[in-house]
Design a protein around this ligand. Structure first.
Ligand code: PLP
Length: 398
């Protein structure tokens, strides 16, 4: 019985009659870009996410880009991003002409370290883009404190964390902007590219809205230079059908994560690297810099003040070459797995010219991480097989 890393058809199949009927309706409407469906999605998504307002856009990447543009960030500016994230977080910074500055992450929770942000601030720093990686909120309480102290804009990258919470508040509403992705593999997966921009300030929001359509306001008058960041009506219509299920999708993922944490951590060859409830940065370097004993697998750490959406369930496999052996072992037994992400951003060829400061935490996680199946529709027999196979590997001599 093979266990896929992800199977999108299982989620969409039960909704198919509704999705097909809606598709026909949109095709017959003659209205294909923005319009009613898109504005309805904006209202419904803002309400579901407890946000003031939301702007539907062409992708998560474009939501980030739009936030940077609306914040007026450009040449000569520096923007602090985590060194361990999907490329888009930093790529967008470079695309507006600013310089991405890489801060290190905590190797327990994989999130940007507030202390590292502090070390990277210069007079040129204009913004911070914390990433709520794998579905867990970065330490927004501290990050907002640092931002206020230095007058910086905070753009939350919520691509993997729609619906996640930090101390009770939904991510994307804590900073000045929040960027969400509807890429099919994200927690609310669309049928192509799509994204959402949250903004707590109505002035910021209005600027972003104008920038979404080439900086045009009114028609054919351009006070600003924007781009085409519009969402299609069909995409919005189909996302509106899936949005009411988001909570149940996220609950499914959290269930699987709790199962893995329970089953896998029971084995002496594994460790949960930090004591529960501890704030990242309380005792940097983190306690997980020296993980206990001979633990070969480190489990992901989730803070008790966060509610995590588990876009990925990511382990660290310690010891040179061990991760490859682990992946081969899983793959031979039909278990899907993938490395998110194999290279820290500061080690990417395209960022070499920025001469980034080293980030040892990010590099270590890039060398050791591997993600296992955690999608909502994963069956109980499948997740049991995943856990059992991991324990078998630990029993072996690999
Ligand atoms: C997916 C992702 C993005 C980009 O979203 P797209 O919708 O694919 O453009 C940005 N940041 C992170 C962390 C992501 O995972």
């Amino acid at each position: 019985m093979p266990v896929p890393l992800l199977d999108l058809t299982r989620q969409n199949e039960p909704l198919l009659p509704e999705l097909l009927a809606k598709t026909e309706e949109v095709l017959r409407s003659g209205r294909y870009i923005l319009g009613e469906e898109v504005s309805s999605l904006e209202v419904e998504a803002a309400s579901a996410l407890e946000a003031e307002r939301s702007l539907a856009v062409s992708s998560g990447t474009d939501a980030l880009l739009l936030a940077l543009m609306a914040a007026g960030i450009g040449p000569g500016d520096e923007v602090i991003v985590p060194d361990f994230t999907f490329f888009a977080t930093a790529g967008c910074v470079a695309r507006v002409g600013a310089r991405p500055v890489f801060a290190d992450i905590c190797p327990c929770c994989y999130l940007i370290r507030p202390e590292s942000i502090r070390e990277r601030i210069t007079p040129k720093t204009k913004a911070i883009v914390p990433v709520h990686l794998f579905g867990q909120a970065a330490d927004m309480s501290r990050i907002m404190g640092i931002a206020e102290e230095h007058g910086l804009t905070v753009i939350e990258d919520c691509a993997q964390s729609i619906g996640a919470r930090h101390k009770g508040k939904t991510v994307g509403t804590l900073g000045h902007y929040g960027a969400i992705s509807f890429f099919p593999t994200k927690n609310l997966g669309g049928f192509g590219d799509g994204g959402l921009l949250l903004s707590r300030d109505s002035g910021d929001f209005d600027r972003a809205k104008i920038l979404r359509v080439h900086g045009m306001e009114p028609k054919y008058h351009h006070p600003m230079i924007g781009g085409n960041f519009r969402m299609d009506a069909l995409q919005a219509a189909l996302l509106r059908i899936k949005l009411p299920h988001l909570e149940s999708y996220n609950r499914g993922r959290a269930n699987h994560a709790a199962f893995y944490l329970r089953e896998i951590s029971a084995h002496p060859g594994t460790a949960l690297p930090a004591p529960s409830g501890r704030e990242c940065g309380d005792s940097c370097p983190c306690p997980c810099d020296e993980p206990p004993g001979d633990a070969r697998i480190l489990l992901p750490f989730a803070y008790s003040h966060n509610s995590v959406t588990w876009n990925q369930f990511t382990l660290r496999i310690r010891g040179t070459g061990r991760r490859d052996a682990f992946r081969t072992f899983l793959s031979e037994r039909g278990i899907g797995n993938e490395i998110y992400y194999p290279v820290a951003l500061s080690d990417q060829e395209c960022f070499r010219s920025y001469d980034p400061a080293p980030c040892p935490g990010a590099r270590r996680v890039a060398d050791e991480c591997v993600s296992i199946p955690v999608f909502p529709e994963l069956r109980e027999d499948e997740r049991s097989k995943v856990a059992k196979t991991i324990l078998e590997w630990l029993e072996g001599k690999s």
